[in-house]
Design a protein around this ligand. Structure first.
Ligand SMILES: Cc1cc2nc3c(=O)[nH]c(=O)nc-3n(C[C@H](O)[C@H](O)[C@H](O)COP(=O)(O)OP(=O)(O)OC[C@H]3O[C@@H](n4cnc5c(N)ncnc54)[C@H](O)[C@@H]3O)c2cc1C
Length: 477
């Protein structure tokens, strides 16, 4: 069945990049005839059962953590990474500055931050008060050849992020943005290398017909959840891409007590090292003081680990990701497939769940048993995680990188390598493949654009949102 409606622009996905694009289109009075299509639910209907049951029930057809209005942002910890005004580069959140320049990116972040504040973000900034203490930690890190990147952070908290995006959803609706929920974009309509529209299908009923929606401007804002779909589209329609990186690693959980200085002075410490012998880039990411480890389900039922923290509900543990960046060249250059295989093998070891193992057990060359976990001083916050042995599935190179990095971090933060600390796997960031775009974010297909995390331009809430603002400014409608 075909819908006759033609739109000025269609946005695929309703994550932060798409939402902020729609918001800015309204400000620029370009939003008369805009369609947003999202496979997940409205933000108020997104409920992750794990909060009540403690178990991931693999919501069908789509995981509520990664899909729906506000995308991966709804259940995210809501740490908005800003920048240091004195820095002459942008170190966190992705590569928007490679397209629009560093100064413009800073202005975009300022502008986007004001929108977050307008819709209820906390005015308090973390990481600006304790400059002297942070300098001391940075110097200590440098001795271990580890860089510490400290930038101001605005922390929304998971429950507040939900509320804030709820207000944005209402705002877009009140300003005549058409939003189609629980509708999956199946294909792109491209003729003579010009985008013409999309083919979509409702996921609410089993045998729904496919529908066509037309526009000569389509923005793909599909996030990491849509990385696989995007990859398929690029292959099918010959959209130019370049193999990207895949970040493979684990979620690390340790007592707040060990992380107390980092939590207090920075809220989130971003440490980057290149440990021997491989010298791969290893970094900490998404640190959650007094937080909770969580799981999320991706395409093909892959269960990955993540973490978040609430403004009010607290645990006594801090969790953070330790990720290793892997590039592939020749003859193998399929980072998504590589990451998937690692995740699949790990999921099999955990009977479809995240696997958890104590650091001390890995170092002693043994698996972790439930009885040992029950007696462990670090109590796991992800109850559905299955104790086991992740070294069967994580490659030697990645595992060595992670263990070496943890050892080096222990010299900066005493207790970082305590044997009771917990590793959960797999934590994988599928940014690849990178969709090739020009400075207006247009792909090799005329009128087809890519923004946010999905195409590999960004890696975080703030920069994804800012990429949406810039997209709206780039669109000539
Ligand atoms: C648990 C968790 C915690 C996080 N914590 C933080 C944090 O504290 N700070 C931070 O900066 N970042 C955090 N992130 C990352 C952050 O959420 C993302 O960087 C950001 O949401 C990216 O925005 P986006 O618009 O590019 O994509 P997304 O937010 O991923 O949104 C993409 C949307 O597109 C939809 N979609 C995909 N394919 C299709 C299709 N074919 N048809 C229709 N719809 C489709 C998806 O359902 C999804 O809703 C976290 C992520 C997770 C999962």
């Amino acid at each position: 069945m075909s819908s006759n409606k033609k739109y000025d622009v269609i946005l695929i996905g309703m994550g932060p990049s798409s939402i902020f694009c729609a918001y800015e289109l309204i400000q620029l009075r370009k939003a008369k005839n805009v369609l947003l299509i999202e496979q997940g639910k409205r933000v108020e209907n997104r409920i992750c059962p794990i909060e009540k049951t403690g178990k991931c029930t693999k919501c069908k057809p789509f995981c509520n953590i990664t899909s729906g209005f506000s995308g991966a942002g709804a259940f995210s910890d809501g740490k908005l990474s800003l920048y240091n005004s004195e820095d002459d580069d942008i170190y966190v959140g992705g590569n928007l500055h490679k397209y629009v320049g560093v100064d413009e990116t800073k202005k975009l972040i300022d502008y986007t931050d004001k929108i977050y504040l307008k819709f209820g973000a906390d005015s308090k900034l973390e990481g600006v008060e304790f400059k002297e203490e942070v300098t001391k930690i940075r110097k200590k890190a440098q001795k271990e050849r580890i860089n510490l990147i400290d930038i101001p952070i605005r922390h929304l908290g998971t429950e507040k992020a939900h509320e804030l995006y709820g207000k944005l959803e209402k705002y877009l609706e009140e300003n005549n943005i058409t939003m189609l929920f629980e509708t999956e974009v199946k294909d792109l309509i491209i003729e003579d290398n010009q985008i013409k529209g999309v083919v979509a299908k409702s996921v609410k009923t089993k045998n729904a017909d496919e529908e066509e929606f037309f526009s000569d401007k389509v923005v793909m804002a599909v996030g990491r959840k849509g990385a696989n779909w995007l990859s398929d589209m690029c292959n099918k329609h010959n959209i130019d891409t370049r193999a990207g990186v895949v970040d493979i690693g684990i979620r690390y959980e340790l007592p707040d007590e060990v992380m107390k200085n980092i939590n207090k002075y920075m809220y989130e410490g971003k440490f980057i090292g290149y440990p021997y012998p491989f010298k791969d880039k290893v970094r900490t990411f998404c640190q959650n003081p007094s937080g909770f480890v969580s799981s999320e389900v991706y395409d093909n039922n892959l269960t990955l680990v993540n973490g978040h923290s609430y403004k009010d509900k607290k645990s006594t543990n801090t969790n953070l990701a330790i990720l290793v960046s892997h590039n592939f060249t020749h003859p193998f250059n399929k980072p998504i497939e590589y990451g998937r295989n690692v995740a699949k093998n790990l999921n099999e070891l955990g009977q479809g769940n995240v696997v958890v193992q104590r650091l001390g057990d890995i170092n002693r060359g043994k698996r972790t048993w439930q009885e040992e976990l029950d007696r462990n001083t670090v109590v796991p916050t992800l109850k559905s995680a299955v104790p086991g042995d992740m070294t069967f599935a994580i490659g030697y190179r990645t595992m060595t990188d992670i263990l070496q990095f943890i050892k080096e971090m222990d010299k900066i933060i005493e207790g970082f390598a305590h044997p009771d600390n917990l590793l959960y796997g797999p934590e994988i960031k599928f940014y690849s493949n990178k969709v090739l775009i020009n400075e207006k974010f247009e792909t090799s297909v005329k009128g087809l654009y890519s923004i946010g995390d999905g195409g590999g331009m960004t890696r975080g809430l703030m920069m994804a949102s800012a990429s949406g603002v810039q997209m709206a400014r780039n669109l000539e409608i």
